[in-house]
Design a protein around this ligand. Sequence first.
Ligand code: SF4
Ligand code: SF4
Length: 346
Amino acid sequence: MNMKFLPAASLKDWLDLLRSHGTLIAPVKEKDGFIAFRPDPDFEDITLDYQNTVRPIREFFLPHSETLFNFETVQNGFDIERNKPEEPLVIFGVRLCDACGLEALDRAFSGKYTDPYYTERRKNALIISLFCTEPHPACFCEGVQKLMTGPKGADILLYPVEGGFLADPLSEKGDKIIGESKKLFKEPDAEQLKAKDAMVEKAVGAQSCIVDFSLLPEKFKELPPSSPFWREEGEGCVSCGVCSFLCPACQCFSVQDISDGKSGKRVRCWATCQDCRFAKMAGGIDPRPEKGERHYHRLSHKFADAPARNDMIFCTGCGRCIRYCPSHHDVLETLKKFLEYEEVKP
Ligand code: SF4
Ligand code: SF4
């Protein structure tokens, strides 16, 4: 699959063609100055001059809250009406860390067990990523997933170069989409390809990662959640759940039936393992009553269980949990200290 050059002057025409493939979702600057992905924006409102959005794109695949089906009691059972699938999505301008987050969600929702709601949205979506030329200091996508040198999760990756974009098809779907609009694309020249290589090198150099992730699975086995290390780590955490709600690779949800006794609906909404009620069971039993235990759970799931079970660390290095935690927990600092920690035996 060959890289092509899209002149900046052809971007609007390309986006108009992409709109025929589904609802276009792109980053726009909101009145409060924040950048957010919004459906069906006017071309003039789309901004590509941003580091990253506060919220990742997972809400378009796993909404915060969605009705799975409506039900009505009838003689001998229920009538069930499933929610209709929406129009396909074309998500434009996604950072690689967020595109890669979909790979983690794929493993959870389209792996051994298939969730039809997620899987349909994902199968029909087209993801067009935009390379990060100036990563935020909290980002570590190259360190944890090698995303800058081995991008994944998107169908097409755009590199902004002088006068336009180099478009790299990462999937067959992406290649087909570029092929369909080939009159808008040109062959790239040597200067543009050189500029792209220099851009990747510069962005990789701008990131640093202080953790050797390969050592974590063994360390999590050594140091249990009851260790003083985790007790100290839990201190200061206010259990707000921001670290998981803003994470592109987190996927926990809860399900509730809302009913008047005759009819009702089944609703799924996001949940967070940092909530003190998250693991509570009937009879009030709670396997993780302490904040430190919940931190252990979150991090061991991402960095030890997920690679063992799903062949992928469930962190894409987006840095959001570092940037937005109100108590300034820093996942990299925690993991670094954890690897260095030696328990003092009595
Ligand atoms: S964002 Fe920070 S304070 Fe909130 S639950 Fe996560 S670690 Fe705790
Ligand atoms: S764990 Fe933190 S840095 Fe990693 S993907 Fe989630 S929010 Fe981003």
